[in-house]
Each structure stands twice: as C-alpha cells, then as structure tokens.
Design a protein around this ligand. Structure first.
Ligand SMILES: *[C@@H]1O[C@H](CO)[C@@H](O)[C@H](O)[C@H]1NC(C)=O
Ligand SMILES: *[C@@H]1O[C@H](CO)[C@@H](O)[C@H](O)[C@H]1NC(C)=O
Ligand SMILES: [Zn+2]
Length: 326
C-alpha cells in the first residue's frame, strides 16, 4: 500500500510539472547563428482576395532570405475554421496555396477567433501533419531558437464579447472551460516561461492585437491582463493579426514594438481610426505580409505589399534600443 502511495505521489508530481509548462519546441538557427522568417495572418480563403498573390511574394521573399520557418498569426481558415480533420479547406486554403519551395518549412500557427468557430480540436490535431507536415498549430506554446524565443499565446479566450455576445456565431470552447481557470493558468505559465528565458530576443505572438489603430482597435482584455506581463519581462516584440492590415506601433512608455501582420487575404476595410495616431509608425490598409531577420544584436522587420514592394522597415538594435523606420 505504501508503494502505491509513493507511486501516486510520483505521478502527481510529474503531472504538476508537465501541466505548469507550455510545450517547448526547438528550432535550429542558421550556421551563422541568425534566423529569418515570414509572418502572415488572416489568410485561408482558397486563394481569393489576393491570398494567392500574397503567397507568391512570400515565396519570393522567403527564398531571398532563406527563411527558417513561417509564423501564422491566426484566422487560418475562413469563415468558420475547419469543420473536421477531413475538411478540404485545409488543402484548398493552405497546402495548395503556399506552394513555393521556400515556404516548405515548418508553419507555427496560433488560432484566431474564426478558427474557434469551427471544430477547434481538428485544427490542433497532429493528424493534419499526415496531409501536410508543415502544419504545427497549438493553443499556447514556445518555439525556442538559440537567439530568439517565440511565445505563442491563445488570445481568443481572453475576449469577453465572444462569450457574452456571440451574436449568430457558435464558438467551440472545448478545452477552454472553465474560462477563468484556463486564462489564469495560461498567464501564469507564460510569466514563468518569460522569466526563465535567457534568449536574446523575446517575441510574443497572438491573434488579437494588444494595440491597433485599425478596425478592431486595442484589445482591452489583453491590455489589462497580458501587457503588464510582457512589459515586466522585457519582451521586444508583440506580433498579431486580426486587423486585416499591416501596422507598426511603438511608444515611448514601453520598449515593446507592436507589429500587426493580418493582410493574408481580405483587406481594404477603409476604417482606420485617424484620430488615434499615438505611437503609430506605419499603417497599410491592404494585403501583404512581414519578414523578420534576427541576429545577435540587430533585428529587422520589413513589410511588403502584394507586388513585393517594401512598405516599411523597422531596425531594432539591442542595447541602443533605437528604432529607425523608413
Ligand atoms: C488585390 O490587390 C490589388 C492591389 O493592391 C487591389 O487593387 C485589389 O482591390 C485587391 N483585390 C481584392 C479583392 O482585395
Ligand atoms: C536598417 O538596417 C540595415 C542593415 O540591416 C541598413 O542597411 C539600413 O540602412 C538600416 N536602415 C535605417 C533606416 O537605419
Ligand atoms: Zn480575427
């Protein structure tokens, strides 16, 4: 009996340890220690709304930078996520669209609010890797490269209105309820991981913007609950989608660069909040994507339109903390 007790205690300890950590994936850097990638958001529309044009330019830039992987900021499949693991949208909006050789890398993806309107566990199911091995989508997880650590955060469950005023939409909250417990555990796990991180660059990725002057604007729930943790732990960049635009916000009160890459397909909403210029360095109300080149002491973020034209450049240097935008 004592043996069983010890055994149960042992299981308990293992379980606690595992449950207190976000899953960590390792991704190697290039031989010279640098890393490059492209970031896309709000894309899956079977090639329509310039999705294919954006993909072609991503392929071109991806080849030029010899990218290591792709990040998706969510709203991967419109309008209502995937209906199941055999939903043809997975291939029609992903595998058959991002066909360039340079994009045949790992895709690290978070879920957006539209993804939560489908069978959410289908999109998280690793069985999709049998159809397309590039696909890695989890709710919250870490991608650890030697110089940069990427913390992917599931932001949809933070947003009150999806619970309180879902309108005609049905959200699949499997795995999220009870919500308070889910959110407090996520914030705690993220805080621990950020505190423990020794990476040169700390980059947090979520679907919803913390700050945006676009259609949806700031996400108050994230300003309240997430931002203080990012600020207290020297996060360099917060990357998101949700607003269908390209955008760069920085402010004097925070060291964080807020970068939106949500131009993967449908855009041109035309309702930028022109009165809210605070910290907005760049805003493009159209389709496009973002690239990142990360080195030990410098990082460069570039925004492109569907013709591959460079719209905006952000140069960051460690130590100096100065940002030049062209
Ligand atoms: C596709 O992109 C072009 C160039 O930016 C734009 O004029 C056109 O309206 C876009 N089409 C759609 C459906 O958004
Ligand atoms: C940004 O950095 C690149 C080097 O990575 C440099 O060539 C370029 O001039 C810089 N731009 C600005 C505006 O400082
Ligand atoms: Zn969204």
């Amino acid at each position: 009996m004592a043996g069983l007790g010890v055994w149960l205690a042992f299981i308990g300890v293992c379980f606690l340890n595992v449950s207190a950590l976000l899953q960590r994936l390792e991704h190697p850097v290039k031989a010279d220690g640098s890393l490059s990638l492209v970031v896309i958001g709000d894309w899956g529309r079977k090639g329509t709304y310039n999705q294919s044009e954006v993909s072609a330019q991503m392929g071109r830039v991806g080849a030029k930078l010899n990218i290591d992987f792709v990040i998706s900021t969510g709203d991967n499949f419109y309008d209502d996520g995937l209906s199941g693991v055999d939903d043809p949208a997975f291939e029609l909006s992903f595998s058959k669209i991002y066909t360039a050789k340079s994009l045949q890398k790992q895709w690290y993806s978070v879920l957006g609010n539209h993804d939560y309107r489908g069978d959410v566990e289908a999109q998280l199911n690793t069985i999709l890797q049998k159809i397309d091995p590039r696909w890695i989508c989890q709710r919250s997880f870490i991608v650890d490269t030697e110089i940069a650590e990427f913390f992917f955060v599931d932001t949809t469950p933070f947003v009150d209105k999806y619970f309180l005023k879902p309108k005609d939409h049905k959200y699949d909250w499997t795995g999220v309820l009870p919500r308070d417990k889910y959110l407090s555990k996520l914030l705690k796990d993220l805080e621990i991981a950020l505190k423990d991180s020794t990476a040169k660059w700390k980059i947090v990725v979520g679907h919803h913007p913390v700050r945006s002057i676009g259609h949806h604007g700031d996400t108050q729930e994230l300003i309240r609950h997430l931002l203080p943790i990012l600020e207290a732990n020297d996060v360099d960049m917060y990357i998101n989608g949700h607003d269908h635009c390209l955008e760069h916000i920085s402010s004097t009160s925070s060291q964080i660069q807020f970068l939106t890459s949500g131009g993967g397909s449908k855009a041109w909403k035309g309702d930028i909040d022109k009165n809210r210029k605070d910290g907005a360095k760049f805003y493009y109300d159209g389709q496009g994507f973002m690239s990142m080149e990360i080195e030990e002491s410098n990082a460069k973020v570039v925004y492109y339109d569907i013709f591959g034209k460079v719209l905006h450049v952000v140069n960051l240097s460690k130590g100096l903390r100065s940002v030049y935008a062209t």
